[in-house]
Ligand binder design. Sequence first.
Ligand code: M6R
Length: 607
Amino acid sequence: MCGIFGCILKKGLVAPQILDGLKRLEYRGYDSIGVATLHSGIIEIRKDKGTIQEVTEKLKINEMKGTIGIGHTRWATHGAPNMINAHPHTDTHGKIAVIHNGVIENFLELKQELIEKGHIFLSKTDTEIIPHLIEEELKQNKILKLAILNALKRLIGSYALAVISSLEPDKIICARYESPLVLGISNDGLYCASDVPAIRPYTNKVIYLRNGELATLKVDGYEIIKISDSTVIHRDFEEIEWTLQESEKQDYDHYMLKEIFEQPISLKNGLWLQEQYVDLLTQFLDRGKEVLLLGAGTSNHACIAGSYIFSKLARLTAYPVISSEFIECYGSSIGIDSVILAVSQSGETYDTLKAVDHARMRAATVLGLTNTVGSTLTRVSRAYLIQQSGPEIGVAATKTFTSQVIVLTQIALKLAKLRGKLSQDELDEYEKNLYNIPYWVETVLNRTYLNIKSIAKKYKNSKLFLFLGRGISSATAMEGRLKLLEITYIPCLAYPAGESKHGPISVVEEKVPCVFICPKGSTRSEIIGSIMEIKARGARIISICEEGDSEIIQLSDDVVEMPKGIPDLLSPIPYIVPLQLLSYELALIKKLDPDKPRNLAKSVTVP
Ligand code: M6R
């Protein structure tokens, strides 16, 4: 939610680099953008509602002077997306400019206090109180860093922020609490940003700022301190392994399509996990009296798939829980014997981290599965695994879902082995199939895309889609539904197929498309029954089934045929791919940008 970027260069204009950084952070929000630079001792701000390209062209942001600057791309939380509410925000005299990602929960109270002291506010944002608080603190304390520290201590909520000031024009001061912030170190300058891809074109040396830390960046170096007591923290940089190319669109029209097609590679990478960490997670899981799989959105769907996999392979009951419901539902019952495996691509999702915090307070063991090295989830987990998907920029999660499922399967297999729940032959067979997954996905990508394009054209005017599957395929159905509705805005329903007769079937009428996910498996006869029930009500049946499955093919209006031999339990990985492509194609037909669905942001770091 919101992307922030700051940069201080030894020489050259900073504005083009800020714009480039913001483009790479656009996935975090795209309601408005703004840039502030410092030159000749004054702060200049250009900002407006609209995309980076529109606002840059209109306001000629790339021509702004100065070697120090900050920029922001917004996902509105407080106040409509318009020019006044766009960041940066300033104090009364325009001497302090602030960009912010997060939510200040006590802003109304602080605003009232500041108004009583004579401060005038222009925007409806929570952020605007920050420069005014700093201004107020500067009256007592002339040093910018100390004024910022005092101001931060008054904030309740979450923030990653960066400040520049004409009073001390040689620095950027940035800080974080609950929202992510990373520093970049290069020979040409220093950077701060919400995420690594924004900095990656300029350096591979990064430092992940931790909760409650403040950094001062100057051309000749940086200093990190704790906000609570100003203790200096000595932390060296880490080197990022992935290349710039990996976080760029290359020849694809959209990140989403690129990321869908990257799955054979990301899945192969997901098979190269460090054995000792998988063992560690497995041991913790084995000791748990109860195991909960925690996640939001797509990560929750990976957890639903994971619960079937853990149960069937390792004979372990693992409940999938939606992060935002965790505290209400299980907050009072979990304790020292509970193990929580939190799954989060970003490792920064507010709902997931809040649930994790609660679990830790109750002495539960927290484990993590994330795609983001250095994320908060890695720091609060007792042990964690990195899923190795590489950067995912499209707001709709694609390759990170399949990676999460492949990693959860490996953990379940280890656990099955540890608990002696599968024979060596069974283990070998699953392992062999697991290593086949990237090839199956590659085959699906090569063989089905044209067919899916024509299915998308056929159903482009449908006002409702249903997704149904049995067993583990109900997780695939839910993820297929989420993909379609989040990037095409078409209302969709998804249910375990057996549930359809308990209510959802009432929405079925002539020509409503109903997508059935039907790999060959133990639920086969039931899924055929469900197809017949829905078909009898006039729905159009789109089946994702095994190649040559004549019974299903005959019942269907449209079919996507999948490679033979994919075991039911591993099916969510290849079977989600046609649904990702279908959503992408329908978004294009509707002339929507699949990378930037309305009202959404990649990383949801607010309550
Ligand atoms: O970073 P996380 O995996 O914790 O994110 C969770 C959800 O916000 C995310 O999966 C979201 O639902 C995506 N838009 C799905 O495509």
